[in-house]
Design a binder for this molecule. Structure first.
Ligand SMILES: Cc1ncc(COP(=O)(O)O)c(C=O)c1O
Ligand SMILES: [Zn+2]
Length: 435
């Protein structure tokens, strides 16, 4: 039985909704047991003490070719779990490097530090995730999960033959297929009947099993792919998804994007960071990294975070506005989830198809970050999305998709409203490549 008290103090998984921590001897903390039992928003987050953040902060200058999962390993819950359970740092490094080699073999790309470009013309700093493994930031969530599974297996979790599951037909599915293949694990992807043939073909060539999900008469409201995913997980599959509520381990890898930004902006911290929000794991993990950096005094203050959704589906903005109307803080709202967050009623369409999730699963962490930073949640129109996408490609030459420039559309809209707070160039994330 695991009894190391150091881990108790340094890093743990805690439910942001009910504040109950996961047991210290648990190897796979995907979600809170109380999820779905009441109106509390149960979603796990990692806690890491300020001293551990300072001790784990990289001491060398950031190098573009560094492996992000090595550079920030000591800031991850996975590393703290592994080393508290007897792994040496060198053994951990071997595991990360081994997975990186396998990712290169499958995808041709390694998990490096993605570039932060300074665009004079757009007056913006751009974090270019289109060059990441599988062509989007989603790989971060799943590389982190795969590393955690590998550590857990070596500690006796015995999951290597268990099927992994995800509901997606876009960047998350592709990233899952690449990472699962590299990690030598079986993956089942739940996709809608109208999934893009190009994506389906790529999934097949990566060896992922595809399950087409028609709506069943007996189905409750909600996405049938997600319903089948939940059933698969209930039947024993492991959630290999990019949503914090189902797979809290996804947030660990997502945080590397935040750590990179903190380091890359250290000499000139941004006043504003714009993040496009679908399910919400991207924004919540980036904000969590910044909040840990602030708490441990690595940075003096948080940038103002701006969560951006499309006018055609904006469950987070709706929740944010409702909280504003009722004067609620995140800690008051978290035990009344259904008053703030419910599935978008109509089936929305947008050129930013990657952020059409009918619920913002990670909304609680996001509104926490928005309130802590004095930020906001706003919508953009289809015309604004299209204009920003076109301008981004023409100006930078980056072959980014329209979901990938949705945060930039939010920045342009904020500029038009004269709603920007500071002098330093704002940051946007170009999150995915055109498929
Ligand atoms: C390119 C791209 N950017 C951003 C997002 C939004 O991420 P999240 O669902 O974590 O909010 C997605 C999600 O599919 C995406 O594909
Ligand atoms: Zn809980």
């Amino acid at each position: 039985m695991f009894t190391d008290r150091a881990l108790v103090l340094v890093s743990r998984m805690v439910c942001a909704g009910c504040e109950v921590a996961r047991p210290f001897d648990e190897l796979l903390s995907f979600s809170c047991d109380r999820r779905g039992q009441d109106d509390v928003d149960h979603v796990l987050r990692t806690e890491l003490g300020d001293e551990a953040v300072l001790a784990g902060w990289p001491q060398t200058a950031v190098n573009r070719h560094d492996n992000a999962f090595l550079r920030y390993r000591k800031l991850s819950y996975t590393w703290h779990l592994a080393t508290a359970r007897g792994f040496t740092d060198a053994e951990y490094i071997d595991i990360v490097e081994d997975l990186a080699r396998k990712l290169v073999a499958v995808d041709g790309r390694a998990p490096t530090i993605t570039p932060l470009l300074d665009s004079e013309e757009l007056s913006t700093r751009i974090k270019n995730e289109t060059v990441n493994v599988s062509g989007s930031h989603k790989a971060r969530h799943l590389i982190g999960t795969a590393l955690h599974l590998e550590i857990a297996d070596r500690l006796g979790a015995n999951t290597s033959e268990t099927t992994l599951a995800i509901a997606s037909c876009g960047n998350a599915a592709l990233a899952a297929a690449v990472v699962a293949k590299a990690a030598g694990r079986r993956l089942r992807v739940f996709i809608p009947p109208n999934a893009s043939p190009a994506v389906v073909k790529q999934l097949a060539s990566l060896g992922a099993e595809r399950v087409i999900c028609e709506r069943q008469d007996s189905d409750p409201p909600g996405d049938p792919c997600y319903l089948r995913f939940v059933e698969a997980v209930a039947a024993g599959a492991l959630p290999f998804s990019c949503q914090g509520g189902d797979n809290a381990l996804a947030l660990i890898g997502g945080q590397t994007l935040g750590w990179e930004l903190v380091e890359q902006c250290q000499s000139n911290p941004p006043s504003d960071v714009f993040v496009q929000v679908g399910g919400g794991a991207l924004a919540s993990s980036v904000m969590q990294a910044f909040q840990m950096a602030k708490s441990s005094a690595i940075i003096d203050r948080l940038p103002r975070f701006h969560a951006v959704q499309t006018e055609n589906a904006h469950p987070l903005v709706r929740a944010w506005q409702r909280m504003g109307e009722l004067g609620k803080t995140w800690s008051e709202a978290r035990s009344h989830r259904s008053e703030f967050m419910w599935p978008w009623e109509s089936e929305p369409k947008s050129i930013a198809g990657g952020i059409l999730d009918d619920e913002t699963y990670d909304w609680l962490s996001i509104v926490t970050g928005l309130q802590a930073s004095g930020g906001d949640a706003t919508t953009v129109t289809e015309a604004q999305l299209e204009a920003a996408h076109k301008l981004a490609i023409e100006t930078t030459g980056i072959q980014v998709c329209a979901t990938g420039t949705a945060g930039f559309a939010g920045l342009q809209a904020a500029r038009a409203r004269k709603a920007l707070s500071g002098e330093a160039r704002p940051v946007v994330l170009f999150t995915g490549a055109i498929r």
